[in-house]
Design a protein around this ligand. Structure first.
Ligand code: FDP
Length: 379
């Protein structure tokens, strides 16, 4: 074999060994091999490969590290750190179930009939609910749980002062078509000494977030100091910081809604959509419609690209469709932390609404500040 060919073989072997020993993604190893296979062959050692990989990926901060640092700065965060440990673990399991649902007979309806929301439960709704409840219970820090899939709030025997509300698998009507779905959660304090689930408004939340199960699994969270996104690295099982301190653009060019409901919406909204889609709104930009029909997916895009997500009141749902406690309020907290806004009407912030019951619904207009202000002028 010629010397140059031998070097290529040697380099390739290093990549394979390094990839196997240190989980170097084959894409990285591959791109290095291709670059080396040009006219001038550069000999790289496995140490070189590891150095590149370590710098770029291995040394990224994980969610566990991030929460640890928070607790080191403020020991009062210790229980919240435990809660996030449970949330991460639940989200990993749900991501795994969602990914395998098609091959493990976990798609379709559970056959349990409708839940308290009047919606038929999917198998994965039930499984995800069980996982999320179990992982939160095991933290020992939570006194009450409220879930979309449970008729009533659950009182736990733990001594904690925390309350967790969640929708374990939002957007589950999409699941059989392998479209993005997600988990949404909000965390409150103030349970100690209470016999009943304490209903609190969104601004009392101490943490909130969502986990999106899509082409990758992303956990977007806030503990009140910005919105931060962590992506699941499936080779290590860790959520790594990929979206630090997300800021939503002040204005976008996308609106996201079920436009099929326009005829039964407040009349002004029809005018709003006509204007922005013609480039005749306040920004003079021509808007596009993007609607997945899965709140977590639609909100994630809105957070990153800017624009507006809305689910208004309509003839069928006079108070809107989305639930205040475990959909609207956690998303409002996150979006506000990213510099956006979440209203249920002109000047009425979602975070200020005092809930009257666990499954209460609210209309929602959420996203870029200027877009939310503009659309609510039409109500
Ligand atoms: P789903 O019913 O599939 O669980 O809250 C429920 C939700 O999805 C949201 O994720 C989504 O934004 C909305 O309902 C979709 O509702 P429409 O089908 O009425 O558009």
């Amino acid at each position: 074999m010629r010397r140059a060919t031998l070097s290529v073989v040697y380099l390739g072997a290093c990549m394979v060994v390094a990839a196997a020993m240190h989980s170097v993604p084959t894409s990285i190893a591959g791109s290095m091999r291709l670059r080396g296979a040009g006219a001038e062959i550069k000999r790289m050692t496995s140490q070189d490969v590891i150095a590149v990989y370590s710098k770029k990926d291995r040394l990224r901060e994980t969610l566990s590290d991030w929460m640890r640092h928070k607790t080191l700065d403020d020991p009062a965060m210790a229980e919240l750190e435990q809660i996030f440990h449970g949330i991460q673990s639940a989200c990993r399991s749900i991501a795994d179930m969602v990914g395998k649902s098609g091959i493990q007979d976990m798609t379709g309806f559970a056959g349990t009939g409708e839940n308290v929301q009047g919606e038929e439960q999917k198998k994965l709704d039930i499984l995800s609910n069980d996982v999320f409840k179990d992982k939160l219970k095991k933290t020992g820090c939570i006194a009450f749980l409220g879930s979309e899939e449970e008729d009533k709030a659950i009182a736990l025997k733990g001594k904690g002062d925390y309350v967790a509300v969640f929708d374990p698998l939002d957007g589950s009507s999409n699941i059989d078509a392998a479209i993005s779905v997600g988990t949404i959660f909000g965390i409150y304090k103030g349970a100690q000494g209470k016999d009943e689930f304490p209903l609190q408004c969104g601004k009392e939340q101490v943490a909130a977030g969502y986990c999106m199960y899509s082409t990758c699994t992303i956990l977007m969270i806030t503990v009140g100091d910005g919105a931060h996104g962590f992506t699941l690295d499936s080779s290590t099982g860790e959520f790594v910081l990929t979206h630090p301190d997300v800021k939503i653009p002040k204005r976008g060019k996308i609106y996201s809604t079920n436009q099929g409901n326009v005829p039964s919406w407040p009349a002004g909204l029809k005018t709003y959509f006509e204007k922005v889609s013609m480039g005749d709104g306040e920004s003079k930009a021509k808007y596009s419609l993007r609607y997945i029909g899965s709140m977590v997916g639609d909100l994630h895009r809105t957070l990153l690209y800017g624009g507006l997500f809305l689910y208004p009141q309509d003839a069928k749902n006079p108070n809107g469709k989305l639930r205040l406690l475990y959909e609207a309020s956690p998303m409002a907290f996150l979006v506000e932390q990213a510099g956006g806004s979440a209203l249920l009407g002109p000047g009425q912030t979602i975070m200020d609404v005092k809930p009257s019951e666990l499954h209460q619904r609210v209309p929602i207009y959420i996203g870029s500040k200027e877009d939310v202000e503009e659309v609510t002028k039409y109500l």
